[in-house]
Design a protein around this ligand. Structure first.
Ligand code: ZN
Length: 240
């Protein structure tokens, strides 16, 4: 219930929300929003735009569990939740985040804002034209180390997501182990989506769990850049 912390949020720092699970403040952009569905259950707001009263949470299954224990869904949304529903709910948020990531990449590719492959990415990063470097989860460890270090040196955000064959759809169907996004706005939205989705996925599967079935999560638990290389999932590298 609301001890009002808005006065600390300050416009300059961007909007904040309080997580109804852990009660900590987090940036709106990093949060997950839920609304009440017509039957009184919980509905993930994947677009962030569903009308009606919403509740915000950290992208972390534990905060969903805390909110459930504290009856916070009831209080904030007049919605009921059983503990067993929370995992599947977070799964849906992960799937939604991945779908959104793909849609953003498709937009970037269609409008020519993607640099595909090692050489093009190197060039874009060193020319300060890259706003984000995205490495496939199953690309080679050497490539991840090389471009992770380069991106860190040039202060370009670098993340791992999706697989070589999935990135291929942004490269005329040819396997792709790395790409750079040049459009700053698209890159910023991709970063939000990637970080939230990876946090959700890690909270479900644990940071060291193997990649579940398909394409979710980042088994290394986290964010690039990798600076020393050699770790991470050891699957044979492929793609360019
Ligand atoms: Zn929280």
């Amino acid at each position: 219930m609301g001890r009002d912390r808005r006065r600390w949020s300050g416009r300059r720092a961007g909007p904040y929300r309080t997580c109804i699970g852990c009660r900590r403040r987090l940036a709106l952009k990093a949060s997950v929003r839920l609304v009440r569905d017509p039957q009184g259950g919980l509905l993930p707001d994947l677009s962030g735009k569903l009308p009606g009263r919403g509740a915000h949470l950290c992208p972390d299954l534990r905060c969903f569990e805390l909110a459930c224990e504290r009856q916070a869904f009831q209080r904030s949304l007049d919605a009921s939740a059983q503990p067993g529903e929370l995992g599947p709910l977070v799964e849906r948020l992960v799937e939604g985040g991945l779908a959104q990531t793909r849609a953003l990449l498709a937009t970037a590719a269609r409008s020519g804002w993607i640099e595909p492959g090692r050489d093009a990415v190197r060039q874009a990063v060193t020319a300060h034209q890259a706003a984000l470097v995205l490495l496939a989860e199953d690309g080679s460890a050497a490539l991840r180390a090389e471009l992770g270090a380069l991106a860190e040196r040039e202060r370009v955000p670098c993340r791992q997501a999706l697989r070589v064959v999935e990135l291929a759809q942004y490269h005329h169907g040819r396997d792709l182990a790395v790409l750079a996004v040049r459009h700053r706005g698209l890159a910023a939205r991709l970063l939000e989506e990637l970080d939230r989705t990876q946090a959700l996925s890690a909270s479900l599967h644990g940071p060291r769990a193997p990649v579940p079935r398909e394409l979710t999560g980042n088994p290394g638990g986290g964010k690039m850049p990798l600076t020393q290389g050699g770790h991470g999932p050891s699957r044979p590298g492929k793609g360019v």
